[in-house]
Design a protein around this ligand. Structure first.
Ligand SMILES: [Mg+2]
Length: 163
């Protein structure tokens, strides 16, 4: 059971996923989570660095397919912005969601990876099908920490000004 919760790789952001290394492993299909992996949770903004990463991957020959448990309207909206595919089925970590993405990508267990920020949906679902799994840190959490650090500096600077 615990083995199925273990990702093959852990990185801070999708931008840190080494695409050349995936290619060397024979992987060129990527099943990717939406919220907190591709875009910040509850936000409509696309982070330019992440957009560039997807585009660079596509130029290298990678195909992407979003698997999300969110609303299809929202998923399709972002899929068209990124120019990627959408899995016709939801319900992560159930295999049907990942299988529907693999069908869409025309991928198999040897050439497909899963990238997501949730162990119990993205990683468990991918490992169940023996796919290569990569865990990223949730974007919002990263931003939250960044904001906290900024606030700390802002307060420190404000205090100094008062002196
Ligand atoms: Mg997520």
């Amino acid at each position: 059971m615990f083995e199925k919760l273990k990702p093959d790789q852990m990185v801070e952001s999708v931008c840190n996923v080494n695409l050349e290394e995936l290619m060397r492993r024979g992987i060129f299909n990527i099943i990717i989570d939406l919220d907190n992996t591709l875009i910040p949770w509850g936000d409509e903004a696309i982070i330019p660095e992440i957009y560039q990463w997807v585009k660079a991957g596509q130029e290298m020959g990678f195909r992407f397919c979003i698997v999300s448990n969110g609303s299809f309207k929202r998923i399709r909206h972002f899929a068209s912005k990124f120019g990627v595919l959408v899995a016709p089925k939801r319900g992560k970590p159930l295999s049907r969601a990942f299988k529907s993405a693999m069908l869409k990508l025309d991928g198999n267990q040897h050439n497909t990876a899963v990238i997501g920020d949730q162990i119990f949906t993205d990683i468990l679902g991918g490992n169940r099908l023996n796919l290569y799994t990569i865990l990223v840190e949730p974007i919002s959490k990263r931003e939250f920490i960044g904001t906290r650090i900024m606030r700390f500096f802002e307060k420190t600077i404000a205090k100094r000004r008062k002196l």
